[in-house]
Design a protein around this ligand. Structure first.
Ligand SMILES: C[S@@+](CC[C@H](N)C(=O)[O-])C[C@H]1O[C@@H](n2cnc3c(N)ncnc32)[C@H](O)[C@@H]1O
Length: 222
């Protein structure tokens, strides 16, 4: 495991020590396994994970035993990143782990075959800029795979809107009201492979959306 920027921590203003300590004990985390397996299915090439948190994806990546494979991850919260480095060592996964935000990825254009986002677009401060960065660093034809909770319809959506100011304070900046599906599906440079809205999760972090979009080979960026 290499943590290239651990020594030179940028001040992202993102630091939630209590949330980092409690994160792996949250009731929902135990239910995520099938969806984490979806994200790692048949991985190959250069892969980037956004906002890896405590490294909860790492055991799934290690178990998938991909061939010809290089794993990179970014995480701006130093408390999360320290735990992620430990998880990588525990599961024997070689990870290039960097201190960075999804809105300013420290990689050249066309760098990755796959970008993974697991329960992170709810928390990223500027999701539109982050999505532009995903498109920029994906190779043409590369996959963006995601599993995210989104704003619900009806009374649950109203409840999320009311609860959000408190929730974001206790849940590390997480937003309950993100409209993630139109953001991903509506991007001109991305072609939809599959997108499923899942009635999954415990209120207030429900429902979820899971899917894969692919950077167009002949899209606007080429
Ligand atoms: C709910 S946790 C999810 C962690 C992990 N992806 C998982 O599947 O368990 C959200 C993570 O996003 C990180 N984060 C917050 N702002 C971010 C940003 N601007 N760019 C990338 N990650 C960010 C948080 O520090 C936190 O670790």
């Amino acid at each position: 495991m290499s943590d290239q920027n651990a020594q030179s921590s940028h001040d992202h203003g993102i630091a939630h020590p209590l949330f980092a300590t409690l994160y792996d004990r949250l009731p929902q985390s135990a239910l995520l396994a099938p969806h984490r397996n979806y994200l790692v299915d048949d991985l190959s090439g250069r892969v980037l994970e956004l906002g890896c948190g405590t490294g909860d994806m790492f055991p799934f990546v290690a178990d998938a035993t991909p061939t010809a494979f290089e794993y990179h991850a970014i995480e701006p919260d130093p408390h999360m990143r320290t735990r992620a480095a430990r998880t990588a060592d525990d599961v024997g996964l070689e990870v290039d782990l960097r201190d960075a935000r999804a809105e300013a990825l420290p990689y050249p254009d066309d760098s990755f075959d796959v970008v993974l986002a697991s329960v992170v677009f709810c928390t990223i401060q500027d999701p539109d800029t982050a999505l532009e960065e995903v498109v920029r660093v994906l190779k043409p034809g590369g996959e963006f795979r995601f599993f995210e909770h989104v704003h619900a319809d009806g009374w649950r959506g109203t409840g999320q809107t009311l609860l959000n100011p408190v929730w974001e304070r206790v849940a590390g900046g997480c937003q309950l009201t993100r409209e993630t599906i139109p953001r991903f599906v509506g991007h001109d440079a991305l072609a939809v492979e599959e997108v499923d809205r899942l009635e999954f999760g415990l209120f207030p972090a429900t429902p979820f959306v899971r899917g894969t979009v692919r950077r167009r080979r002949n899209g606007l960026l080429e």
